[in-house]
Design a protein around this ligand. Structure first.
Ligand SMILES: [Zn+2]
Length: 299
């Protein structure tokens, strides 16, 4: 069985070399994943439509983002200088997560080789996140009647504050965030379930904590779909995390989440989330654990 995987060449665009965001990671990850190509079936996403984005984001914010009229403070908060390529990238990434969610519903499991922009809010960008791909995918699928209830499992090292706020009044979406407590964002939102972690946690303690929560959550919620943010900034070498997972810890985490959903017959859509190591090859090998774990589960 092949696993549907979503990628677009325009996920990566040129940023100044001094920019701290590792924009090349989407291109390098796709190249590294050629090793798994016999097991992956690649799909090309369309940019998210304006109508889809307006289910989550303020129309004036979308106008300013599309037209390049975000003020300087808003651009600084987003983490990126505005460009046409940036807008194209974030619309494709959001469309990619929507496509990944649809493919997961059809096939049981699908992965986006990008996504997890969980800090984006209704009317402002934050922390490298301009559009909230997860919240948009949830809203689109709910509006089309394709799902009754969605569980978001956000294991990026940072809290999924944007997603939590955007879906706070949506009883059909349950937001679960497990993150390093002393980390961005300083002001946390309230998810349906938050699991703040002490700095310095390693593989065994982390996995034990996850194993104590996730199976129960899946059984209680009985979601029609899980959207999984598999951020690798929990890794010990990451510049922006405060946790200490190893490469094999990441694999075990991703495999545990995918297996927990698949075993229950719950479709799962994975997105790669955050990861900020300057060593792009090492960083992409970490993001690649999500794909390797998915292959491991279906084999
Ligand atoms: Zn993160």
């Amino acid at each position: 069985m092949t696993i549907p995987a979503v990628h677009h060449p325009a996920y990566t665009f040129r940023l100044p070399a001094s920019h701290p965001f590792p924009m090349d990671k989407f291109r390098v990850l796709r190249a590294q994943l050629e090793d798994l190509d016999p097991q992956l079936q690649w799909y090309l996403p369309e940019p998210a439509s304006r109508g889809a984005l307006e289910m989550v984001h303020d129309p004036q914010y979308i106008d300013a983002l599309f037209a390049g009229t975000l003020d300087r403070a808003a651009q600084r908060r987003s983490g990126f200088p505005w460009s046409e390529s940036l807008v194209r990238r974030v619309r494709l990434e959001t469309g990619g997560t929507c496509l990944t969610a649809r493919l997961a519903l059809e096939r049981g499991l699908a992965l986006n080789a990008a996504g997890g922009t969980h800090h984006a809010h209704a009317d402002f960008a934050s922390g490298y996140c301009l559009l909230n791909d997860i919240a948009v995918a949830v809203r689109v699928l709910l509006s089309e009647g394709l799902v009754e209830r969605v569980l978001i499992v956000d294991l990026d090292v940072h809290q999924g504050d944007g997603t939590a706020r955007l879906l706070a009044n949506e009883p059909r979406a349950f937001t679960f965030s497990m993150h390093a407590e002393r980390n961005f964002p300083a002001r946390k939102a309230v998810s349906d379930l938050d699991m703040p972690l002490e700095s310095g946690l390693g593989d065994e303690d982390y996995l034990e904590t996850l194993a104590g929560v996730l199976p129960r959550l899946l059984d209680e919620q009985q979601p029609s779909l899980v959207i999984y943010d598999a951020g690798v900034d929990v890794h010990s070498a990451d510049r922006l995390g405060h946790l200490c997972l190893s490469d094999s810890g990441l694999y075990r985490r991703d495999r545990f989440v995918i297996e927990a959903a698949c075993r229950r017959g719950i479709p799962i859509a994975g997105v790669i989330g955050g990861g900020y190591d300057r060593d792009i090859d090492a960083l992409c090998r970490r993001h690649g654990q999500l794909f390797a774990a998915a292959v491991g589960v279906v084999q």
